[in-house]
Ligand binder design. Structure first.
Ligand code: ADP
Length: 486
């Protein structure tokens, strides 16, 4: 209802957060729209290069003091922020649903996931990761110290706006780094609230700044060119990641890159059918299919393919698509009209090349960027959907006969983020997992995201890991002290 909506939107801070909240230069703003109604729901500061540098001024000014804060004190801020996210769970979930259209159920899950990152890194902040050891010849003693890298730029995507900001900010702050957070232009609202809650939780001014902008390239270029910035952590598409790596190269900047995926979901004849179908729906439908670890290609062995395809089609066709703020809705709209156009183009291309639509759900009439959950069977290897991330609720089934063939098809992509294997045989699971070119392998599971695990890809899916102890190391640089031997 409009009253709930306006009440939660009123709690979003105005302006951007540098040392304090302030308007963008010239009072410039841009509009945020609700993808379910296509209506404008908020206007936010449209930062330019000058504003971005103000945020970096604040982050740089706060850097030394924050780096010297005791791990326990940093942990206390992160624990309070965890509690704040949980306390404001419903309001944040409403904001996420309004800005990106995921269902309210999924948005509540995202707030929990974001809070879990702050809790994990609050706990991790006090764990030392250093070593002290004699050199092999005993003539010296090696001591390593993990120091914070310094001010970081955190660039996040729109599909998981709060949790991606949390995954980066929690690790950065725990390590003792200050950060400038730049959310995607489609989803600035949840990040603005995060900035506010971080301040209220006791993060000193400048420790977490937030800039919103409709011109990501302009603000990012200004920050990457500034020698005070010491690290970039980016989650987004591979083409933008490549561009940012080039820009970062000029200053040999530390980078963590979480880029696109094209996840294969392998189902072998010996898989448990019910389990495979259940996990397939999870792997496909998380975030309405708009997840970089979402299953993009279902590679299914011939002996189980008919049964798997029929069961998946039945499940997908029954998904309730509609207004994301309704409790019983299972799928809301996609992010914008480009997302819907892409889904349509990839389905049409697959059908033109011989694929068959074997299941499709209904979508609401009227406004909103809705796309129908769809299952395509007999998708040929040359269909565009086998090579491009669909980023929508379409499951493409490609049949195979041998394990070798399946692995070959699975690895035939520049990406290497997540992959999934459904089989009842431990030997096969291990053999296939070892040969899959991916940073993460779900074995009889369709969900790999977990705060304590290292999330990340190989090949052109990225560099570095987020989450787990590994995620903290991304924000630390090692210093080695050489001491006299004993
Ligand atoms: P998607 O295709 O999922 O929208 P993008 O890579 O375009 O992914 O966006 C991810 C993030 O990168 C967003 O915060 C966006 O504003 C930012 N971004 C997009 N283009 C650029 C660019 N040229 N320079 C810096 N950041 C960018």
């Amino acid at each position: 209802t409009p009253s709930v909506e306006s009440a939660v939107l009123e709690s979003v801070p105005r302006g951007f957060l540098a040392h304090d909240w302030q308007p963008a230069a010239g009072g410039r703003t841009f509009e945020v729209r609700n993808p379910a109604t296509e209506e404008v729901i908020a206007t936010v500061a449209d930062c330019g290069a000058q504003d971005a540098l103000k945020a970096l001024d604040a982050a740089a000014a706060a850097a030394d003091e924050w780096a010297l804060t005791s791990p326990r004190d940093r942990a206390a801020v992160l624990h309070r922020l965890t509690d704040a996210l949980i306390e404001h769970r419903e309001r944040l979930a409403r904001i996420i649903t309004l800005e990106i259209g995921k269902t309210i159920t999924e948005a509540r899950g995202e707030v929990d996931y974001a809070a879990a990152y702050f809790r994990w890194y609050a706990e991790e902040a006090v764990r030392p990761h250093a070593r002290s050891t004699p050199s092999p010849d005993g003539r010296s003693h090696i001591v390593t110290v993990a120091e914070p890298v310094g001010p970081c730029l955190l660039i996040t995507p729109w599909n998981v706006p709060l949790a991606m900001a949390a995954r980066k900010a929690a690790a950065a702050l725990a390590a003792g780094c200050t950060a400038v957070l730049k959310p995607a232009e489609l989803t600035p609202l949840s990040s603005l609230v995060l900035g506010k809650l971080a301040r209220e939780a006791g993060a000193p001014a400048g420790v977490l700044t937030v800039i919103t902008s409709s011109d990501a390239a302009a603000v990012t270029s200004a920050l990457l060119a500034d020698p005070r910035l010491r690290k970039l952590s980016f989650t987004g598409s591979t083409p933008v990641g490549r561009l940012l790596l080039q820009q970062s190269g000029a200053r040999v900047l530390r980078t963590s890159m979480e880029l696109g995926g094209n996840a294969p979901f392998l189902v072998f004849d010996d898989a448990d059918l019910d389990l495979a179908v259940r996990e397939a729906v999870i792997a496909k439908m998380r975030l309405g299919g708009q997840s970089c670890v979402g299953a993009n290609r279902f590679l299914v062995q011939e002996g189980i393919a008919d049964a798997f395809a029929a069961a998946l089609a039945e499940r997908m066709a029954a998904i309730r698509v509609g207004a994301p703020d309704r409790e019983d809705t299972e799928l809301g709209p996609l992010a914008d009209h480009r997302a819907v156009d892409k889904v349509r183009r990839l389905v049409e291309d697959a059908v033109a090349r011989g694929a068959v639509v074997i299941g499709q759900a209904d979508i609401p009439d009227g406004p909103g960027h809705y796309a129908a959950p769809t299952v395509l069977d007999h998708v040929p290897a040359d269909a565009a959907i086998m090579h491009e991330e669909v980023f929508g609720p379409v499951a493409a089934i490609h049949r195979f006969s041998t394990e070798t063939e399946a692995i070959e098809v699975a690895n035939n992509t520049e990406h290497g983020l997540a992959s999934y294997v459904m089989t009842s045989h431990i030997d096969r699971a291990r053999r296939v997992a070892a040969r899959l070119q991916a940073g993460m392998v779900g074995i009889n599971r369709g969900l790999v995201s977990e705060v304590a695990a290292p999330f990340g890809g190989i090949k052109q899916s990225g560099l570095g890991r987020e989450g787990g102890p590994e995620g903290l190391h991304e924000y630390q640089q090692l210093k080695y002290l050489s001491l006299p031997g004993f």
